[in-house]
Design a protein around this ligand. Structure first.
Ligand code: TEU
Ligand code: CA
Length: 558
């Protein structure tokens, strides 16, 4: 068996910097704040930190709208702060992955400003401008954040494409100058010591240039056009360029955000022999509690659907590439509120989610606060929400005549803000996140769920995460084993085996308040308990009697 690459046996901690820790009392989390908390992060047993963007940005999309790729936003600090942070990360034996937003810039980026001024400017061709058709947009493509994906510029009598917000014009990767600018930026940060890149929305780089109209969504003139811009064959070429010109020569690792992915394309991206990407972050496992692609049409969790999605990706990537494993990130409401039992079994079910996800094959990505069992903030006013997607969807909903109460419930459940409330550090004011006024309100339950309390509680979610990361490391079944789900149609149990030559493992998870029983396969007789979210599993005559939300993992060496 091939020796594991360092990033395969690593765990990654994701920081959303604006909400992590505020070092200077202006209410905004910052880079010095990260540096101050490095010992905490290292104590989790993670190997890598990935931070969401902290560059100069008008913050139209949570920092994913960059106006200057080479400078830190003054809200977050200075280049010296960055250098100090990265040195601190390296001193503790960790690595740093940078978020790279290459699909689009901010409309306030100087390139776009120059493009707007003059059609003849070389920067005009950095973006995707088109003439309208019959006095309307060049096509009826919908923006991911609502409305049209095209914005009219009267001065130019042209529209520009923005797959995301209006303030996020898409870059034209067909222009070789754009590609070389990108390579320069990646080199710039590599020179500063970053160890890898998380590539944002990177499978959207190539758009079919004829922009065909698509089937409109119900009640809208616009439609999802992903078939015309997601994972087009040309994207492979761009990935190879990034790999050959920057990542490989500098030994940087990559993880790519890749939605709407099929099996062939996924293997094409991640097959080590092809030299494109190291690891993938597919998305469809997060569509298991909504109708189709509409995140604001929630449905109860469909556990068999989740298991099938997980099982599918485990099989597709086994021996063909590598996966990022995650239960949440800055684009998702908190996993505990969404998939667990926040009301009756918050601690136990938060641990279960980790046990269920992080013994799969892949690299664990832990989103800040999930290791505490943080919940969505449960805001009580619509004015507490900050995210562009939430605000656009709310406006559209109210315009359709839907009630504010309805939208408050919907945003509580589904908005990205659900994962972005400030980190709960301790019981002091504003959860110890800031001494000032937080840019976004903290979670109401911070007095009960916070890092300080959990530090001193051996049975906390926090200490469970620490144990889990320790026991999974270096285990051949975890690293290399084939994954086989059992009872895949069962609506309450999530159980899988990981089968390696020298070792087998089984992860058992009861996603319900019911007491259930489950017969362990005979081959696990005499297996050792690796971790459990209750004191000890009750296994008699090969039958496990599961308590509500009980989860455990057994391992056996052959
Ligand atoms: O997300 C890309 C993406 O396609 C989705 O995650 C999408 O934003 C989400 O499903 C909407 O609910 C990345 C970033 O992670 C996200 O924060 C940015 O808004 C987006 O790119 C644009 O840069
Ligand atoms: Ca600050």
């Amino acid at each position: 068996m091939e020796k594991a690459k360092w990033w395969q046996d690593a765990a990654v901690y994701q920081i959303y910097p604006r909400s992590f820790y505020d070092s200077n009392g202006d209410g905004i989390g910052d880079i010095k704040g990260i540096t101050e908390k490095l010992d905490y992060i290292a104590s989790l047993g993670v190997d890598v930190i990935w931070s969401s963007p902290f560059f100069v940005s008008p913050w139209a999309d949570g920092g994913y709208d960059i106006a200057d790729y080479r400078n830190i936003s003054p809200d977050f600090g200075t280049m010296e702060d960055f250098e100090e942070m990265i040195a601190g990360i390296h001193e503790r034996g960790m690595k740093f992955m940078m978020d790279f937003v290459g699909n689009h810039t901010s409309d306030e980026h100087p390139w776009f400003q120059a493009a707007l001024k003059d059609k003849e400017s070389p920067y005009h061709d950095y973006y995707i401008f088109r003439k309208g058709r019959d006095g309307r947009e060049p096509s009826n493509w919908a923006s991911i954040f609502g409305g049209s994906a095209w914005e009219y510029v009267p001065e130019l009598d042209e529209y520009y494409l923005h797959l995301f917000a209006k303030k996020q014009p898409d870059l034209n990767w067909e222009n070789p100058k754009v590609v070389s600018e990108v390579l320069d930026i990646l080199d710039f940060w590599a020179d500063k010591g970053v160890d890898g890149y998380r590539l944002d929305a990177i499978n959207y780089l190539y758009k079919e240039p004829d922009f065909p109209d698509v089937e409109p969504m119900s009640g809208s003139p616009y439609g999802f056009a992903t078939e015309h811009y997601a994972n087009k064959p040309k994207v492979h070429e761009h990935f190879r360029t990034l790999h050959d010109k920057v990542m490989a020569p500098r030994g940087l690792t990559t993880v790519a955000e890749v939605a709407y992915l099929d099996e062939e394309t996924a293997r094409g991206y991640a097959d080590p022999a092809r030299g494109e990407l190291d690891a993938l972050y597919p998305f469809d496992l997060l569509n298991v509690d909504q109708e189709g692609y509409d995140k604001f049409s929630p449905l109860p969790l469909d556990l068999p659907k989740l298991k099938k999605a997980l099982s599918h990706w485990q099989n597709v990537m086994h021996d063909h590439g590598w996966l990022a494993l995650f239960i949440g990130n800055h684009d998702q409401p908190r996993a505990l509120s969404r998939f667990g039992d926040e009301d009756q079994y918050p601690v136990r079910s938060a641990k279960l989610l980790a046990n269920a996800m992080y013994f799969l094959q892949g690299t664990p990505y832990i989103y800040q606060g999930d290791e505490l069992g943080m919940t969505v903030p449960h805001y009580t006013e619509l004015s507490q929400f900050r995210d562009v997607e939430a605000i656009n969807a709310l406006k559209e909903g109210l315009a359709r005549g839907e009630s504010k109460e309805h939208w408050l419930k919907l945003l509580d459940k589904r908005s990205r803000d659900g994962g972005r409330a400030p980190f709960s550090w301790d019981t002091s004011d504003h959860a110890g996140f800031t001494t000032g006024r937080p840019w976004m309100d903290v979670c109401a339950n911070y007095k009960d769920i916070n890092a300080e309390l959990e530090e001193h509680d051996a049975d906390s979610v926090l200490n469970f995460y620490r144990r889990l990361l320790k026991v999974r490391k270096g285990r051949s079944s975890v690293l290399y084993g084939r994954t086989e789900f059992l009872e895949i149609e069962d609506p309450k149990l999530l159980i899988y085996e990981r089968i390696a030559e020298d070792e087998i493992l089984i992860s058992v998870n009861n996603f319900s308040r019911d007491e259930l029983s489950f017969r362990l396969p005979d081959k696990f007789q005499g297996a050792e308990l690796l971790i459990s979210n209750c004191r000890k599993p009750d296994i008699r005559d090969g039958v496990a009697r599961l308590r509500p939300w009980e989860a455990f993992t057994l391992i056996k060496t052959n």
